[in-house]
Write a protein that binds this ligand. Structure first.
Ligand SMILES: [Zn+2]
Length: 458
């Protein structure tokens, strides 16, 4: 391929012991050639270097190269909440969380978002399906150079305010779309079945279709949610409504599952990402499959909050698009996709008493191309293929916990952790090199986040 001159047309070849294209088998002594923001070629080092003799080579030793992780569901702005609400069931957790959030100002959220984003980059996450509450994570992601879709959360049970809520929300989406840089997209996020009224869900479904925007929601996460939808009782019907001032608004028991409930409000389509889906029946899975709804599987958060284990094998059998999500540091503490892969494989093999239920390759696929498909971004990211965006990470396999390597997928899932990532590139731009953040000042970020944490703990 000929060079046409100029900085962006320079090709660099990244060479590693293993290259995992994900959509093709692993390549020993492999290479990925990058030009500008795009992957130009993938193959054995011999083939790539022969095809591109002019290109400069960066050789990584004892390394696995793979596409950056796609974290389908995150809340980076809650990084400072880590470790504060550690040992609670879901309902008391969310009530305490709502209370704690009252103590934070916009600048505090910004500091928290920076800590979260720094953690994502240094653990090899290159694309986020971020749920945003405060409005700060979009700017922080922009500044740091990460890719993703930022879904703006929306809440509302009071239908008398419906028109105002929708008008304000549409204005906010306009403003966010203006602020989003070229690596970010804006999406719609009705928070959950117990915080959004049926009418608001319907209106948001219509808004998403009108604007051609993707939509996501927390769905069927806890037993408390199922109880609230089915019988109109429990902590989400009483304590939560009282806490947020909705206790004077009447609500009815709907007598169905959360999935069946949401199906009625016209929000299910291939553009919908349903987060969690723990409390789902075989019939619910069939409904999700019928509308081609994608699922964000968050095994650590669901287990830690004692919500349960989502039926991932049933999702896979039904052909659902499934990605992995770390959820919020307020629930799962760390945004580490290795931890999510490991938790997923152990939980599902353990409860199913079957090692064939989930392979290590399935886990790495879910953390990369699976997540990209769930977010409908598979034409850009999720695998190393010519023409796709150069979102690439390097994992150090020199440590004893990774040695010797027979199977790179198994090494990543069973052995590696976020500390083993030493290089993260998004759109051809290195954001993390030799374990140093290139677009963020970690010392400063950490100090600011610690100050917010102290304030939170009073
Ligand atoms: Zn969430």
């Amino acid at each position: 391929m000929s060079e046409t001159g100029g900085e962006s047309s320079k090709t660099t070849i990244y060479r590693a012991d293993w290259v995992l294209p994900i959509t093709e088998p692993p390549i020993a002594d492999g290479a990925v050639a990058v030009r500008g923001d795009t992957i130009e070629r993938v193959g054995t080092y011999d083939d790539v270097s022969r095809a591109l003799p002019e290109a400069e080579t960066v050789a990584f030793h004892h390394t696995i190269l793979l596409p950056g992780f796609v974290n389908c569901h995150s809340h980076v702005e809650y990084a400072v909440f880590r470790g504060i609400l550690d040992n609670r069931n879901f309902s008391p957790w969310i009530l305490d969380f709502i209370e704690l959030k009252k103590g934070l100002q916009l600048d505090d959220y910004r500091a928290s978002s920076r800590l979260g984003v720094a953690e994502c980059i240094s653990s090899g996450i290159t694309t986020l399906g971020e749920s945003m509450y405060s409005g700060t994570s979009l700017d922080v992601l922009n500044d740091a150079g990460l890719r993703g879709r930022v879904y703006q959360e929306v809440f509302g049970m009071d239908d008398e305010r419906l028109d105002d809520t929708l008008r304000e929300y549409a204005d906010l989406l306009d403003e966010l779309e203006e602020r989003a840089g070229k690596l970010l997209e804006v999406g719609i996020f009705p928070h959950a079945t117990y915080t959004v009224s049926p009418k608001l869900y319907q209106a948001l479904g219509e808004l998403a279709a009108e604007r051609g925007m993707k939509i996501a929601t927390h769905l069927a996460e806890s037993g408390a949610e199922s109880k609230y939808i089915k019988s109109g009782t429990g902590m989400l019907a009483l304590d939560l409504r009282e806490k947020v001032g909705w206790d004077s608004i009447s609500h009815e028991p709907f007598g169905v599952s959360p999935v069946k409930y949401l199906q009625q409000w016209g929000v299910f389509s291939p553009d919908m990402l349903a987060v969690h889906c723990v409390r789902v029946s075989t019939k619910d899975v069939a409904i999700l499959a019928k509308y081609d709804v994608a699922v964000a599987h968050c095994p650590k958060s669901n287990a830690k909050l004692a919500c349960g284990i989502a039926p991932l094998p049933a999702f896979m059998e039904a052909g659902l698009r499934v990605g992995l999500g770390t959820d919020s540091p307020a629930s799962s503490n760390i945004m580490d996709m290795f931890g999510e892969m490991r938790t997923a494989i152990f939980l599902h093999r353990g409860v199913n008493r079957d090692a064939d239920v989930l392979s290590t390759e399935d886990c790495v696929r879910m953390a990369t191309i699976g997540g990209a498909r769930a977010l409908s971004m598979e034409d850009q990211v999720g695998s190393l293929e010519p023409g796709k965006q150069a979102d690439i990470i390097a994992v150090d396999m020199e440590h004893s916990h990774m040695t010797p390597i027979n199977d790179p997928y198994a090494a990543l899932v069973y052995g590696a952790n976020q500390e083993d990532v030493f290089f993260t590139m998004v759109a051809g731009r290195p954001l993390y090199e030799r374990k140093v953040l290139k677009t963020l000042d970690f010392e400063k970020i950490n100090a600011e986040a610690l100050a917010v944490k102290e304030k939170l703990q009073g």
